[in-house]
Write a protein that binds this ligand. Structure first.
Ligand code: ADP
Ligand code: MG
Length: 264
């Protein structure tokens, strides 16, 4: 069933595939250019529910661009994105808005609203965008804050938090939307070393709880622990895609081998 899922074409609900086997996300022949510069060249891959896909590649290979395309933050020049069996039409802003409520995203830079408290930052999306009752959202927020041991910072402003605390709040804020997929783009890259671990441990916990995740990271030890699948990107082309174990022990290309050596 897995192989048929990969060849199911345009996600139009092949009845032979059970919903559990069908990919949560399918990227088909994705092309992205800035002017004449082709940044993503015919990129195709699937992500199944509960899977952690780690996206590796040298700087400038197109990792961030790919992540942004998945969330409709970039216009694409070709191909399509199929989420839960439905192609998201390029020009359907409404479909993209809905998708963005189902896909959580955390970047390298802390993107908390500086003028809002931690609680307001977390409540905003669930109450204003999803229009869920505040009481229900607050209950969930309290659970999430307790889980990351930041309950006491509920009424603090982002400037009162360390970088690691801000990133954990950014993750909590994304989780409060109950996303089906989480995208992480180098979320520890601007953190002081002593704060990196607390953020990576939170991501490892999410993975253990079967959150579906696409993770861009330069933390190789973490990547090795968290990855079900590794995808190695270079110049906008997927050079390798295999299980995490296979990738880290037997990279197939010289490029990937050199990359791993440079990161060691
Ligand atoms: P990575 O995240 O793997 O380091 P990026 O996706 O950021 O790579 O960038 C891939 C390529 O796209 C790079 O050559 C970069 O210069 C180019 N690029 C990224 N964003 C833009 C942009 N907004 N305008 C023009 N070129 C861009
Ligand atoms: Mg990047």
């Amino acid at each position: 069933a897995t192989t048929s899922a990969t060849t199911a074409g345009h996600g139009s609900g092949d009845s032979a595939i059970s919903p559990d086997d069908a990919p949560l996300l399918s990227v088909r022949h994705l092309k992205k250019s800035y002017g004449t510069h082709e940044v993503l060249k015919d990129v195709s891959f699937d992500v199944k529910r509960g899977q952690v896909l780690v996206l590796l590649g040298p700087s400038g290979s197109g990792k961030s661009t790919l992540i942004r395309c998945l969330n409709g933050l970039e216009t694409i020049q070709g191909g399509e994105i199929v989420f839960k069996g439905q192609a998201v039409p390029a020009n359907n802003e409404r479909a993209w808005r809905k998708l963005r409520t189902e896909i959580g995203m955390v970047f390298q830079s802390y993107d908390l609203f500086p003028n809002l408290t931690v609680a307001k930052n977390i409540e905003l999306g669930p109450t204003k965008v999803q229009k869920r009752p505040k009481a229900e959202v607050d209950e969930q927020m309290d659970r999430l804050l307790a889980d990351v041991q930041l309950s006491e910072y509920k009424n603090a402003y982002p400037r009162e938090l360390s970088g690691g605390q801000k990133q954990r709040i950014a993750i909590v804020r994304a989780l409060a939307m109950n996303p089906e997929l989480m995208l992480f783009d180098e979320v520890t890259a601007s953190l002081d070393p002593e704060m990196v671990r607390e953020v990576l441990e939170l991501m490892l916990r999410l993975a253990k709880r079967h959150m579906t995740m696409i993770v861009v990271t330069h933390e190789m030890e973490f990547a090795r622990r968290v990855a079900d699948t590794v995808m190695f990107l270079e110049n906008g082309v997927i050079l390798e895609r295999q299980s995490g174990n296979e990738f880290f022990t037997h990279p197939q290309t010289d490029r990937a081998r050199n990359f791993l050596e440079s990161m060691a």
